[in-house]
Design a protein around this ligand. Structure first.
Ligand code: ITT
Length: 194
């Protein structure tokens, strides 16, 4: 089965391809199928925004299966912010500026607990909708560490890995990440459905 990934974030495309492996015949990004425009993320939850992104691509590629991912970092000290606004925390689409802003906002914070969350929405060729969520726990570091990953990875210390996602290999990150968990849960759901 061919699958279109409804995202314009190349890092997500890379990770989703790594995690899904050979579960789909062909995994194409939105730009590879000629969709360069994006939907406005007006939802109030990860699910609502993931659904908006999946519906947007499905409406343009009616015969294909579509997968979207809406994710974010939720920091306890900030009552769950930046959450669904993670990509726009300080400056839209500027990962480095957003990371440095987070370190600045938390410079005096003792409670540094945080989690990443992902909601994936999958719409099959016939229009049936599936969704799954994944979470991973950790804490925000006091400075950046590691060059791997993207977004907030170099300031997120994973409780399970004992290092930041920026220091982890792609395989290590995917094995415990919010995205890895959400996609594995989705795949189980799809296997049971078939
Ligand atoms: P699309 O909407 O096109 O999918 P996006 O980057 O805008 O791309 P989101 O709205 O889901 O995607 O924003 C999520 C932001 O949260 C993302 O830009 C990163 O800053 C951060 N983020 C999400 N997953 C992450 C991960 O695995 N590691 C580090 N940061 C992550």
């Amino acid at each position: 089965m061919d699958l279109i990934i409804a995202t314009h974030n190349p890092h997500k495309v890379r990770e989703i391809r790594q995690i899904l492996g050979d579960k789909f015949d062909n995994i194409l990004s939105a730009s590879q199928v000629g969709i360069s425009s994006d939907v406005e993320e007006t939802g109030e939850t990860f699910y609502e925004n993931a659904r908006l992104k999946a519906d947007f691509v499905k409406a343009r590629k009616k015969n294909c299966a579509v997968l979207s991912d809406d994710s974010g970092l939720c920091v306890d000290y900030l009552d769950g912010a930046p959450g669904i606004l993670s990509n726009r925390f300080f400056k839209e689409g500027d990962d480095r500026a957003n990371r440095l802003h987070l370190l600045d906002v938390l410079k005096d914070a003792k409670d540094r607990q945080a989690h990443f969350e992902t909601c994936v929405v999958f719409i099959d060729e016939n229009g049936k909708v599936f969704s799954a969520v994944g979470k991973t726990e950790g804490r925000i570091t006091f400075s950046e560490s590691g060059n791997g990953g993207f977004g907030y990875d170099s300031v997120f210390f994973s409780n399970e890995l004992g290092k930041t996602f920026g220091e982890a290999s792609p395989e290590e990150k995917n094995s415990v990440s919010h995205r890895g968990r959400a996609l594995n849960a989705l795949c189980k759901m799809l296997e049971n459905f078939e």
